[in-house]
Design a protein around this ligand. Structure first.
Ligand SMILES: NC(=O)c1ccc[n+]([C@@H]2O[C@H](COP(=O)([O-])OP(=O)(O)OC[C@H]3O[C@@H](n4cnc5c(N)ncnc54)[C@H](OP(=O)(O)O)[C@@H]3O)[C@@H](O)[C@H]2O)c1
Length: 240
């Protein structure tokens, strides 16, 4: 069983690599997912049975400022992996890591059946990535929300943006669980507690300072990213 993990150097990819046995996890340099030829050749050279597609351009601001790169990576890159999986001689279990940000964030506690309506270009490209994955006869699309379990990287954190957060290791565990359970369709991997980003940041960084959206200047943000699930269990966010 060979598992391909894209985005293996990222926050989630680093944890996914610990959960799956001997994964093939090329760096961005080793596999440019936006390059269709490179992706096709990679699939021909490696006997891939499982794809966990976590590679993406993830910053809200970089996606807004470089829409072509965001499009090529998040939509085109996903399409390339889907098409290579369809062309593969082996059956491929395809798992796509999407985001709570596909929803508008006006109400929160979105279920798998809720209707997406992205607020920014990053979220739009992730939603369009979902539609690429939808072309596979069988797929698993995971929507989630997490941060790396490390010191908060900014001096402040929002008190008025919310999520049902997990740390990246918790999401990796959830992905491993639903992969083993062979689930298909859409599944939300979520924490059992809705909290503000400030509360989340406090868990790793006691001196982080509160801020509100009034202090923010930038692309439109999803305010309430909390997710519910009608398909899977909720996870308890672990203490750092
Ligand atoms: N973090 C969150 O809050 C969050 C929430 C929900 C969902 N997600 C989704 O979860 C996944 C992982 O997120 P993350 O926070 O772990 O991301 P991250 O830390 O930003 O890492 C992204 C990874 O993707 C790779 N990558 C970017 N462009 C690529 C390309 N063109 N070809 C190949 N690899 C490329 C990066 O490699 P380089 O760094 O070398 O470019 C890196 O390994 C993403 O799909 C994201 O949309 C994230």
């Amino acid at each position: 069983m060979a598992t391909l993990i894209t985005g293996g150097s990222g926050a989630l990819g680093t944890e996914l690599k610990k959960k799956f046995k001997d994964p093939i996890a090329p760096t961005h340099k080793e596999l440019e997912i936006a390059d269709k030829k490179a992706v096709d050749e990679f699939f021909k050279k490696n006997d891939i049975d499982i794809v966990i597609h976590a590679g993406a351009l993830t910053g809200i601001r970089p996606c807004e400022e470089n829409k072509q790169l965001a499009w090529d990576t998040n939509v085109g890159g996903t399409r390339n992996l889907v098409e290579a999986s369809i062309s593969s001689k082996r059956p491929v279990q395809f798992i796509y890591v999407s985001t709570a940000c596909v929803f508008d964030g006006h109400s929160g506690m979105y279920k798998e059946s809720s209707i997406p309506y992205p607020e920014n270009f990053y979220a739009l490209t992730k939603l369009l990535g979902e539609h690429e994955v939808n072309k596979l006869p069988e797929y698993l699309i995971i929507r989630t929300n997490f941060v790396a379990k490390k010191k908060w990287p900014y001096p402040k954190a929002f008190t008025d943006r919310f999520g049902t957060y997990l740390f990246a290791d918790g999401v990796a565990e959830g992905i491993s669980d639903v992969q083993k359970a062979n689930l298909h369709g859409f599944v939300h991997i979520v924490g059992d507690k809705k909290m503000s980003i400030f509360e989340l940041a406090k868990m790793t960084t006691s001196d982080v300072q509160p801020m509100t959206i009034k202090e923010y200047n930038g692309p439109k943000l999803t305010m309430d990213m909390s997710l519910d699930t009608e398909r899977w269990k909720k996870y308890h966010i672990s203490d750092p």
